[in-house]
Write a protein that binds this ligand. Structure first.
Ligand SMILES: O=C(O)[C@H](O)[C@@H](O)[C@H](O)[C@@H](O)C(=O)O
Ligand code: MG
Length: 441
């Protein structure tokens, strides 16, 4: 007899964040996530982590009756029932912010992770070994150093974290203003010293394109061997994207969402045109975010690297994208948002199960490192994460830390990420414009 799910707990949590800038504005001093905890009749616990929003919390409640009482080995049936129930809420849009605003796919992923965690513990296999057609493909997953331009926290009265007891340079620079090529190179050096990254990505969509290109030049001077990329989240017009990136294309391994929807052209069309004009490979987490969009992106030859973040593709869906990439001569990668350590584990297992050559995964973890909700978070060493061999996800909740993060969430009265709030300290009345870098007003 397989165990049954005896309870489903949904715990919204919050952690602290720096003043990271992007097209959507500036990160608040906190970020919110949602932890799904399933317990089964064998006494095991399975966990999942996803973004949090009112819609996501409601969507999880909508699935409670489907999940509780279900048998572990029937997890696909359970997920399918959840999918069918959620699809009745109607069609959803990703939106034009840098982050994905859909509900159903996130809800399914939260449940899927916790169910896979439990199923893995029941059959004695790590989640990576259960995913996809082929299971585990590698024992180590490469991560890239995800750098951001940083606003000056002293220009706000918000409770941004400070380097009170820095253990190294990373602990200091990640909380300070960084708006110049030198400051970006310093961030990279500090991140390299702690984590050993071989590749770096700079979040763009903040300064003028040419100024961000200068940051890439500074990164290349500091790390001539590193694979570099710049991601303005589609802020630039096609012409601008070509103008900005053509002079530095020899320094980039690919361009992430350099352009997007523009006048009567779709983002898939402008990206295809960008590739033709520059010859640069492209990556996206904005214009190929479901299988239908991926199909059109592929037909148009708009994207080389779909960044299939498991939080909005589902874990099994993200691996399926990896399998398609492997068959079709594309490269799989993963996007990320601010996250805790359960998500780090989810992304590691997913990346481990994608066949063929994949690109180093995004992770915001370096901005959150030091905060945790599991006992022993996966570590990034020499730019890589080890894929565990223990059954399930290989993480154990730290109830005290989880409760602390939940108390922080409760104290905030925030149910949706909002990057405009902090940005308005830098530029009064600032509002989001998907075609204008955040500081270009
Ligand atoms: O500000 C951020 O955290 C980023 O812009 C994300 O919202 C975004 O999704 C990013 O990770 C991306 O690759 O587009
Ligand atoms: Mg991106």
């Amino acid at each position: 007899m397989f165990p049954k799910i005896t309870s489903m707990k949904v715990v919204p949590v919050a952690g602290y964040d720096g003043f990271l800038l992007n097209l959507s504005g500036g990160h608040a001093p906190w970020f919110i996530r949602c932890v799904v905890i399933l317990e089964d009749s064998a006494g095991n616990q399975g966990v999942g982590e996803i973004p949090s929003s009112e819609g996501i919390l409601k969507g999880l409640e909508q699935c409670r009756a489907i999940v509780e009482g279900s048998t572990i080995n029937a997890f696909k049936h359970t997920l399918n029932s959840a999918r069918v129930a959620l699809s009745k809420n109607g069609r959803e849009e990703r939106g034009r912010q840098t982050f994905d605003l859909r509900v159903a796919v996130h809800v399914i992923t939260g449940l899927e992770s916790a169910l896979l965690d439990l199923y893995g513990q029941t059959v004695g296999l790590p989640v990576a070994d259960l995913l996809g057609q082929y299971g585990r493909q590698r024992d180590e997953v490469e991560a890239l150093g995800y750098l951001f331009l940083l606003g000056d926290p002293d220009k706000t009265d918000l409770p941004y974290p400070k380097a009170s007891d820095p253990v190294d340079a990373w602990d200091e620079v990640r909380y300070q203003k960084a708006l110049t090529p030198e400051a970006v190179a310093n961030l990279a050096k500090a991140a390299f010293d702690r984590y050993g990254f071989k590749d770096f990505k700079l979040k763009g969509g903040v300064l003028r394109g040419e100024e961000e290109a200068d940051c890439i030049r500074a990164l290349n001077d500091a790390f001539p061997e590193a694979r570099l990329t710049l991601d303005p989240n589609g802020a630039w017009t096609l012409d601008e994207a070509v103008r900005v990136l053509e002079p530095i294309k020899h320094l980039l391994s690919y361009a992430e969402d350099p352009c997007g929807q523009e006048e009567s052209y779709s983002g898939r069309e402008t990206m295809a045109e960008f590739k033709k004009r520059t010859g640069l490979p492209t990556a996206t987490n904005m214009i190929a975010t479901d299988f239908k969009q991926l199909q059109y992106a592929t037909q148009l030859n708009a994207v080389d690297i779909p960044l299939a973040d498991c939080h909005f593709w589902t874990m099994q869906g993200a691996v399926m994208v990896g399998e398609l990439c492997n068959e079709w001569g594309m490269t799989w990668g993963s996007h990320s948002n601010n996250h805790f350590d359960i998500s780090l584990a989810m992304m590691t297992h997913v990346a481990a199960a994608c066949p063929g050559e994949i690109t180093a995964i995004d992770t915001h973890w370096i901005w959150q490192d030091g905060q945790r909700i599991t006992r022993d978070p996966f570590q990034i060493r020499e730019g890589t994460l080890k894929v565990p061999t223990t059954p399930g996800l290989g993480v154990e909740l730290d109830e005290a830390k989880l409760n602390q993060a939940h108390q922080l969430y409760k104290s905030l009265d925030v149910t949706q990420r909002n990057d405009a709030m902090a940005m308005q300290y830098l530029i009064p009345d600032w509002t989001f414009d998907p075609k204008r870098p955040a500081l270009v007003r």
